[in-house]
Design a protein around this ligand. Structure first.
Ligand code: NAG
Ligand code: NAG
Ligand code: NAG
Ligand code: NAG
Ligand code: NAG
Length: 307
């Protein structure tokens, strides 16, 4: 077994990219809201009048209780209700509208083709029945409907095709969400394939990051992908993953928009239309992380032990 140690300070210094120049803001940007252990301090960073974020979703039908109305709320039906007569989602959204909230869009079925790590694991037939019952009627309230938000795996395409077949023309989705974890070339190719398959819908990229890569690669991915999505007319909304601290990140510390102390990283600051902070995200010192085929054991603040 090969073994070596690398000083973290030596590793981190060349990766720190300090930008003094332009900050690019975009009205397409929104927030994937994730509840964190430090919600009271973390939440206020995103829900602020100085951020350029315009909308958010939280995987739920109802808004995050601590949020004010700086960002427009987008309700989501996460999975299919077990009661096949339920109108709960419809009624909740109707209630928000009746209460005066501006609901323009809804999202549906988070990763229904995935049965692990956050997927809602819904079969296409159940999803189609649920859609026809309580999603389609929301259109009459003037709300635009998001197609099921499948994973970026090839099976996502099969699932969507089955879904639209089961719908038999009764599911009139207005836009199509995309999820992607991987490099920019993969994202661009996937988006092209989705646009080619569903040219009648605009696109929202509602989860994306290049997970578990170096800080330099994470930042390069962030720059390339946001510039690309800002340029494409058919992409109307996007939300980068994710708005949480680097030490609890499930996509690797370098993709996170907050450091382990809750400060904005460069990516976090750029996402809000602000200048780079130079804050370097660190992982959890006790966590085992799989990286480039090796197991990196972060043994203490100070160095990595690569086994
Ligand atoms: C990312 O963009 C910022 C400007 O927004 C720039 O300063 C920085 O050098 C870029 N980093 C990479 C890796 O492209
Ligand atoms: C709902 O589920 C029940 C029990 O599984 C079933 O008998 C019924 O046919 C279903 N109704 C619809 C509309 O799918
Ligand atoms: C509601 O939000 C949409 C876009 O999200 C916006 O175009 C519209 O002006 C808003 N309506 C009101 C009444 O604020
Ligand atoms: C877009 O295309 C899909 C599949 O071809 C179809 O089921 C859906 O109803 C279409 N949406 C609109 C808004 O026309
Ligand atoms: C998206 O699809 C439409 C319809 O097929 C096509 O005209 C357009 O060029 C595509 N956009 C891109 C950037 O590929």
């Amino acid at each position: 077994m090969r073994s070596s140690t690398i000083l973290l300070s030596a590793l981190a210094a060349p990766l720190a990219v300090h930008a003094q120049d332009s900050t690019l803001s975009s009205s397409k940007r929104g927030l994937v809201y994730v509840q964190t252990n430090d919600a009271s301090s973390d939440d206020s960073i995103w829900d602020s009048s100085t951020s350029d974020l315009t909308w958010y979703y939280n995987y739920k039908a109802e808004p995050t209780s601590t949020y004010t109305n700086h960002l427009q709320f987008v309700p989501m039906l996460w999975g299919a209700p077990s009661d096949n007569t339920s109108m709960d989602f419809y009624n909740t959204v109707k209630g928000l509208v009746d209460g005066g909230m501006n609901i323009s869009y809804i999202l549906t079925f988070n990763e229904p083709d995935g049965c692990t790590s956050g997927g809602s694991c819904v079969d296409a037939q159940t999803a189609a029945e649920t859609w026809i019952r309580e999603i389609e009627p929301l259109k009459k309230l003037g709300i635009k409907l998001g197609a099921p938000a499948v994973t970026g795996a090839p099976n996502g395409f099969n699932w969507l095709q089955n879904f639209f077949t089961q719908c038999a023309g009764q599911c009139s989705a207005d836009f199509i969400p995309v999820h992607w974890y991987g490099n920019f070339e993969g994202l661009a190719s996937h988006m092209g394939q989705v646009n080619g398959t569903y040219p009648n819908m605009t696109m929202w990229v509602t989860e994306f990051a290049d997970s578990d890569v170096s800080l330099a690669d994470s930042q390069a991915f962030y720059n390339q992908s946001t510039e690309y999505m800002d340029r494409l007319d058919y992409v109307t909304h996007y939300s980068y993953f994710g708005a949480f601290r680097s030490d609890v990140s499930n996509v690797g510390p370098n993709a996170a928009m907050l450091t382990q102390k809750g400060q904005l990283t460069d990516i976090g600051a750029w996402y809000l239309g602000q200048k780079a902070t130079g804050n370097i995200p660190k992982g959890d010192a006790a966590q085992m992380t799989r990286f480039a085929g090796s197991i990196i054991l972060v043994v203490a603040a100070g160095f990595y032990l690569i086994l």
